[in-house]
Unconditional design. Sequence first.
Length: 156
Amino acid sequence: MSARPTIAVLNGPNLDLLGTRDPRLYGTATLADIEKSCRRTADDLGFDIDFRQTNHEGVLIDSIHDLRESAAGFVVNAAAYTHTSVALHDALAIVAAPIVEVHLTNIHAREEFRHRSFVAPVAKAVIAGCGPDGYAFAIRHLAALALDTEQKDRSR
């Protein structure tokens, strides 16, 4: 029996404080709640999840390097690094698998500096403002992209 494909879910700084960090803005769901939802969604679609969070830019980039050849897709909530990290952009640019950028809040309705994303140019899609559901939407989209690729490969 072959192993199920894996979707990497990478989370950046301060997301470990979800549930207590400004609940009016970010809600009351914890990162553990989001991870459970991601695992449930992926399992229903026949995927495994590699779920990671770090407050350190280099560790986030190392995770991308570690998973760039094995992950079937990436869900990336780089948090503040979205708006500041060229290094993150460069690491994601070498990933062959599709990437979906996710934000809990609508970054375009927030401070001006949050309107610029270094992730978006290398992402297939951007989901913002859907709260924790955005992660499940991203996983479903990546699963659909994988199915579409599989069907195209079979028709060749």
